[in-house]
Design a protein around this ligand. Structure first.
Ligand SMILES: NC(=O)c1ccc[n+]([C@@H]2O[C@H](COP(=O)([O-])OP(=O)(O)OC[C@H]3O[C@@H](n4cnc5c(N)ncnc54)[C@H](OP(=O)(O)O)[C@@H]3O)[C@@H](O)[C@H]2O)c1
Length: 249
């Protein structure tokens, strides 16, 4: 294995026997993460909004000879506390424990000055990008604690580390994502074998990037697959002692 996390090259089936839940698993970086983890032997719980997209990822994993995934459609904009409780209970009952939780689902929302930022859009971005990640992490902690060691990965952004005009709710939501990562990492550092970190993937060829930069040539951008070494690194034993860190692809 190489030591540089950005160029991490894992051993073949290093995730065999592990169960990893990925949000936003139907598209973009979440889809690439689900496929990459499955390729290395993990059983994936595919969580996302659009069932047809999750089914396509399911089919791709099975066709590639991966372990049969579990599909869990969930709209993070409207899910209730009870929905999260049931998910946590199902994961414990069906899988026994959870080795990894990867937060990729997010929405961009409008780009507008704070003075004119639509109130409802602000609340929705916060709901999907922050509140849902809190609720999901909370509900899945018992299953994560039941694993011999576990990794929680939040997906952040450069605008979650330095504010940018007009990126309003999205930028603020990514600051909150970093905050949630730090608080959870600090809580779990001494008391568990769960590590918690964030990744800023950098500009990547996905639908969200296209929405943010419509005039850009997507072919000039790295693909979601190009961003996978860090996601694999944080799921590997090479990162066993890494927690509370904000990594950048
Ligand atoms: N691409 C970049 O350049 C870039 C840069 C920095 C950070 N990021 C971050 O990377 C992560 C992945 O984004 P991406 O670029 O891969 O974008 P993407 O292709 O648009 O993927 C976003 C995913 O989130 C899901 N999602 C959105 N709203 C949801 C909801 N209400 N409930 C459940 N799932 C929902 C989407 O599901 P549907 O497909 O069903 O809508 C989709 O699978 C995000 O956290 C983003 O902020 C991306």
């Amino acid at each position: 294995m190489q030591n540089n996390p950005q160029h991490f090259v894992p051993e073949g089936n290093f995730l065999k026997g592990k169960t990893i839940l990925v949000t936003g698993a139907g598209d973009g970086l979440g889809k690439a993460a689900a496929l990459a983890y499955a390729r290395h032997g993990a059983t994936i719980i595919l969580l996302g909004r659009t069932t047809a997209k999750l089914e396509a990822v399911y089919d791709a994993i099975v066709a590639a000879g991966g372990a049969e995934p579990i599909i869990h459609p969930m709209d993070l904009a409207s899910a209730s506390e009870e929905d999260y409780r049931v998910l946590g209970q199902n994961v414990e009952e069906q899988c026994g424990h959870l080795d990894g939780l990867v937060h990729c689902a997010a929405v961009l929302g409008p780009r507008a000055p704070i003075q004119f930022f639509p109130h409802e859009s602000w609340l929705k971005v916060m709901q999907v990008n922050v509140n849902a990640a809190f609720a999901l992490s909370k509900a899945l902690l018992p299953a994560l604690q039941a694993a011999p060691s576990a990794s929680v990965i939040f997906t952040s952004s450069s605008v979650g580390r330095k504010g940018r005009a007009y990126w309003g709710a999205y930028s603020v939501s990514k600051f909150a994502t970093e905050g949630l990562m730090q608080v959870l990492a600090d809580e779990l550092r001494q008391t568990s074998r769960i590590r918690v970190n964030s990744i800023d993937p950098g500009g990547t060829r996905t639908n969200m990037r296209k929405e943010a930069y419509p005039a850009e040539d997507p072919l000039q951008l790295p693909t979601p697959e190009d961003r996978m070494p860090l996601y694999l690194y944080l799921m590997s034993e090479a990162s066993a002692d890494v927690t509370g860190e904000a990594l950048k692809a």
